[in-house]
Ligand binder design. Structure first.
Ligand SMILES: Cc1cc2nc3c(=O)[nH]c(=O)nc-3n(C[C@H](O)[C@H](O)[C@H](O)COP(=O)(O)OP(=O)(O)OC[C@H]3O[C@@H](n4cnc5c(N)ncnc54)[C@H](O)[C@@H]3O)c2cc1C
Length: 518
C-alpha cells in the first residue's frame, strides 16, 4: 500500500479546508488535502451565496457580525474576482416589527457594520420588485460570492505551491500512536484503492461531519448539530441587490442575486444526519409564501431548482435544547491536545462561508504553534490566482467580453455561455469522468434549461475525447439526470414544468437514455 507523508493533512475540502490548504501552502508548509467527494460538495457548495456584511447578525450574534464585516472587507480585496459587489438592503415590510429597525441600526453601529438609512422611495427606485409598503430601508455592504471560483482559485494556488489535493478520498480511519494522531487511512471512492497518509499535524475541517471524524480519532463529545436549510433558485435576477427583511433571521426573508439567477432562502431545521439533503414540498411552499412578503409576485416567477445544505453548528454543553437558529454562527477551533489530551489533532468547525479565511488563519496558527514554528499568515494580503487586478466581478462586463469572443467559437451551454474549448480544457486538466464535477467547475447546465440542451453534448464531447467509453458515458448521463431530478421536482409548475417536459422528450423520447446502446 502507498504511504504519503506531509506536514499537514487537511480532512475536508469545503471552503474552510481549502482555505487551510491555501494558507498553509503560502506559509511554506507541505499540505495534503482529502475530501470524500469533489471540492465544495458539502455545505460550501450548497449555501446561499451571500458574502455577509454582518447585518444579519448585528442584533442577535454580534461576534459573528464583527467577524463577517472584517472578512467581507478582506475578501473583496484578495478574492475580488469571486465577489460581485451587489450591495445589500434591509427593509421593514408591513409584516415586520417596526421597532426592530432601531435595534438593527444600533447593532450595526456597535459591530462596525457600515449601515446607512435611506428613504424607502429610494430603495424602491433601485429595487422595484420589493414590497411597496416598506417603511424603512438601510444600505449595507452585503455582496454575493461564487464559491466554486473561490475554492478552485485557492486550490490552484495551493497546488502551485506544492500542495496535493485528493478529491474522492474518504477518510475511513484516523491513526493514533498513543496520545497523538499520526495521520489517516483513506479510500479512493472511485477506484477502491487505499492509502495511508502520515502527517505531523492532522486538521479536521469537515464542518457538519466534524463530530464523526473526531470519533474516528477516538475523541467523543465534538457535538456539531446540523441545521438543514433549503434554498430556491429563480431563473433570473429578480433583484440586483441582496435584499433582507429587517427582522431577526427567519425563513424566506432574504433574496441573493448571484450570477444570472436570484436565490431565495432559507430555512433552518435541526437534523441528526449531516447527509440529510431532503427537501419537502411543504417547506418550499412555506418559504415561497414568506418570500412573497418581501417581493410580491415571487410565487409566480419561474423557479429553477431547490436544494438543501446543512449548517455546521457547534454546540457547547449548555446549548442542548436550543433551536438551531439560536446557536452562534461564529466558529470554534478545538486544539485537542488542550481539550482531550490528544496531540497533533485540531478541529475547526462552525462559522460561515464568509469567515472561512479567518477560520483557516486561526487553524494554521494553531498548527504552527504545535509544530513550534513561527510562520506569518499572508492570506489577507496575497490575492487569489485570478484576483490580482483587485476588480470585483461584474456580470455585464463579463457577458460583453464573452459575446465578443463567442461569435467564432462553438458554444456547448448557451445559458451559461460555456464554449467547447473551455469544456475540453477542464476535462483535460481535471481528468474527471463525472458530469456533475464539470457542472460545478464551468457552471455548465446551471441555467434555465438545467442541462436539457447542453448535457448530452458535453457527454458526447467526453466520449469523443476518450475520457469515457460509450457505456461509461451512458451511465454518467443517467447519473447526472437523476441528480438533477432531485432538485427539480419540488418546483415543477408553470414554465419550469414545460421546460422539464421538453427535457424529458429530449432524453426519453429522442435519446431514449434508459436504453442507450453500450
Ligand atoms: C442553507 C445554508 C445557507 C447558507 N448560506 C450562507 C451564506 O449565504 N453565506 C455564508 O457566509 N454562509 C452560509 N452558510 C454557511 C456556510 O455554507 C458554511 O458555514 C460553510 O460552507 C462551511 O464550510 P466548511 O468548509 O467548514 O464545511 P463543508 O463545506 O461542509 O466541508 C466539509 C467537507 O468535509 C468532507 N468530509 C466529511 N467527512 C469526510 C471524510 N470522512 N473524509 C473526507 N472528507 C470528508 C465533506 O465532503 C465536505 O466537503 C449557509 C449554510 C447553509 C446550510
Amino acid at each position: 500500500m502507498i504511504t504519503l507523508s506531509t506536514d499537514v493533512l487537511v480532512i475536508g475540502g469545503g471552503a474552510t479546508g481549502v482555505g487551510i490548504a491555501w494558507d498553509g501552502a503560502l506559509r511554506g508548509l507541505e499540505v495534503i488535502l482529502v475530501d470524500r467527494k469533489d471540492l465544495a460538495e458539502g455545505t460550501s457548495g450548497r449555501f446561499h451565496g451571500l458574502l455577509h456584511s454582518g447585518g444579519r447578525y448585528a442584533v442577535k450574534d454580534p461576534r459573528a457580525a464583527v467577524e463577517c464585516i472584517a472578512e467581507n472587507r478582506i475578501l473583496r480585496r484578495v478574492a475580488a474576482d469571486c465577489v460581485e459587489d451587489t450591495g445589500g438592503l434591509f427593509v421593514t415590510t408591513p409584516f415586520d416589527d417596526p421597532e426592530y429597525a432601531d435595534r438593527f441600526l444600533q447593532g450595526c453601529r456597535e459591530c462596525d457594520v457600515d449601515c446607512e438609512e435611506i428613504e424607502p422611495a429610494e430603495a424602491l427606485r433601485s429595487e422595484p420588485r420589493i414590497n411597496p409598503g416598506i417603511s424603512r430601508a438601510f444600505r449595507v455592504p452585503d455582496a454575493s460570492i461564487d464559491v466554486w471560483k473561490t475554492v478552485w482559485a485557492m486550490s490552484h494556488g495551493a497546488q502551485q505551491r506544492g500542495a496535493r489535493i485528493l478529491t474522492y478520498h474518504d477518510v475511513v480511519a484516523v491513526h493514533r500512536d498513543g496520545d497523538a494522531v499520526t495521520g489517516a487511512h483513506v479510500r479512493d471512492t472511485r477506484t477502491g484503492d487505499e492509502l495511508d497518509i502520515e502527517a505531523r499535524i492532522t486538521v479536521n475541517a469537515t464542518g457538519a461531519w466534524a463530530g464523526r471524524v473526531a470519533e474516528l480519532a477516538g475523541i467523543e463529545g465534538v457535538r456539531v448539530r446540523p441545521g438543514r436549510g433549503i434554498m430556491v433558485a429563480m431563473n433570473h435576477r429578480l433583484v440586483n441587490t441582496v435584499v433582507n427583511r429587517c427582522q431577526l433571521p427567519t425563513d424566506g426573508d432574504i433574496i441573493v442575486p448571484i450570477r444570472t439567477v436570484a436565490v431565495v432562502g432559507t430555512t433552518d431545521q435541526g437534523t441528526d444526519d449531516p447527509d440529510d439533503e431532503s427537501v419537502h414540498q411543504s417547506e418550499v411552499d412555506a418559504m415561497l409564501d414568506e418570500g412573497e412578503k418581501l417581493a410580491p409576485g415571487l410565487r409566480d416567477a419561474r423557479a429553477l431548482r431547490v436544494w438543501a445544505g446543512v449548517r455546521p453548528l457547534f454546540e457547547d454543553a449548555k446549548a442542548d435544547d436550543s433551536a438551531t437558529r439560536d446557536i452562534t454562527r461564529a466558529h470554534t477551533l478545538l486544539d485537542h491536545s488542550q481539550r482531550d489530551g490528544v496531540a497533533r489533532f485540531i478541529t475547526i468547525t462552525g462559522g460561515k462561508l464568509t469567515t472561512f479565511r479567518l477560520m483557516a488563519q486561526e487553524t494554521v496558527n494553531a498548527v504552527c504553534r504545535q509544530l513550534g514554528e513561527e510562520r506569518q499568515c499572508t492570506t489577507s494580503s496575497v490575492p487569489f490566482p485570478g484576483s490580482e487586478s483587485g476588480q470585483t466581478y461584474r456580470l455585464g462586463e463579463r457577458l460583453g467580453r464573452k459575446e465578443a469572443a463567442l461569435t467564432d467559437v462553438q458554444v456547448i451551454c448557451e445559458c451559461e455561455l460555456v464554449p467547447l474549448s473551455k469544456l475540453e480544457e477542464a476535462l483535460e486538466r481535471t481528468g474527471t469522468t463525472i458530469l456533475d464535477d464539470i457542472r460545478r467547475q464551468l457552471r455548465l447546465a446551471m441555467g434555465p434549461c438545467q442541462g436539457g440542451f447542453c448535457i448530452y453534448r458535453a457527454t458526447g464531447v467526453m466520449h469523443e475525447l476518450d475520457s469515457l467509453s460509450a457505456e461509461q458515458a451512458d451511465s454518467s448521463l443517467r447519473d447526472f439526470l437523476q441528480e438533477r431530478w432531485k432538485d427539480l421536482w419540488p418546483v415543477l409548475h408553470g414554465d419550469q414544468l414545460r421546460q422539464a417536459r421538453l427535457d424529458d422528450w429530449i432524453f426519453q423520447g429522442v435519446l431514449d437514455v434508459g436504453h442507450l446502446p453500450s
